[in-house]
Design a protein around this ligand. Sequence first.
Ligand code: FMN
Length: 249
Amino acid sequence: MNEVMQMIRQHRSIRKFKNISLTSEQIDAIVDAAQMAPTSAHMQPFSIIGVTDQGLRKKIAVHSKNPSVEKCGYFYVFCADLHRMMLAAGPDQQEKMGRNLSYSYFYQSAVLSAALALQNANLAAESMGLGAVIIGGINEALPALDEWLGLPDLVIPLAGLAVGVPDEFPEQKPRLPRSAVFFENLYDDDLDLKAKVERYDREIEEYYTARTNNKQKASWSGKFISMLDKDLPLGGYTEYVKSKGFDLK
Ligand SMILES: Cc1cc2nc3c(=O)[nH]c(=O)nc-3n(C[C@H](O)[C@H](O)[C@H](O)COP(=O)(O)O)c2cc1C
């Protein structure tokens, strides 16, 4: 197996870091790797904000309930960005462009492209012997995050990436069996798929009870059933996205 494959297969999220800041070379190398990700129509519809202000990092850590935001060696915020590509246009053109960009099609393209950049950054950090964790919890700090980071319309924060020198080496989380995820020609939604999920539930239950840190009694399906079988107050998030110019029409 080549080195890239070996590294990808070694992945685990790291949430505990040594008190060591990243060097400026490391910070830049991770951003350069993010920028080399493919993007829809070469739009490059993402921006990355490095948060070095410790007070701000603490606020984001508290809001997102992720202490690693404060305690990591460097913290990046990955944003979908359809603002920059309009800067060279005149006011009339900008208005027309904005109308088209408010289709959910472009929102999806921007989010997908930003996600690929984020994972490039994640892998780049791991390849440099660093650890990292993606922080979707920054959404808990919306809409305040817009003001803290000075984000204009058509720029919305999607996730953070906390990077640093690892101070833990957690067990890897088992994945679903390949045959429950990978299909050829036809999606295979038969009884066998349900049986595979149930078998995986038992496997992950064992993993959660046996792992070193944060032991818990939970299955994979059980987690999502208890998360989703109630009314979640997430309408505000949709309103926020729309308020930034992504009308999702
Ligand atoms: C979109 C996204 C959001 C995430 N948000 C968080 C988060 O807020 N806090 C956290 O500790 N981990 C977060 N994670 C990391 C996942 O919990 C982790 O990738 C998953 O449990 C699998 O574990 P592994 O990465 O160690 O294999 C996030 C991952 C993704 C892709």
